[in-house]
Design a protein. Sequence first.
Length: 193
Amino acid sequence: MSKVLLISGSPKLEGNTAQLMEECAKVIREKGVQAEIVSFADMKIESCTACGKCSEMGKCNIEDGLNGVMDKLRESQGFIVGAPVYFGTARGDVMSALQRIGYVSSKTDKFLSGKVGGAVAVARRGGQTFTLQEMLMFFLINDMIVPGSTYWNMVFGRLPGEVWKDTEGIETVRHFAANVANLVKKLHPETTN
């Protein structure tokens, strides 16, 4: 069965980003596609050291749990990354993870190529558009397919649960998640029940 892997790049298990990823997963499942969420809340993601060992090993040399995420990603047809905005950009470990995932993919079996996905950003006040652009660079350079929505995939909220007040943002993200699921089903009919 088709599957979308979602990353909640928040340090809070029940924060706004985590809640948005749960909502995306719900929409994806309603469309008949499996969805799995990986949370960075209990992970300590390190930055890439450009050691180049991934081309020899077929995986990242750093053992912090990200190789397990890459294994799940290899088995998925879709990939959505949600990140809170910190000082106008994506949280540092989210970008560290994306850089390492992209590096391993490009130096090994190019497992990201052709996958469907995109990014979602959440912030109290601003920085979402730059954060989306920053994360979308990962999807585009790795030969991935990014569907649109009815607006940018960003939601406003600071305290956990405040995102639900941004009804336009929630609907935009829900529409995006539906587009990801629909496109995965169209591109991979052999894995759809």
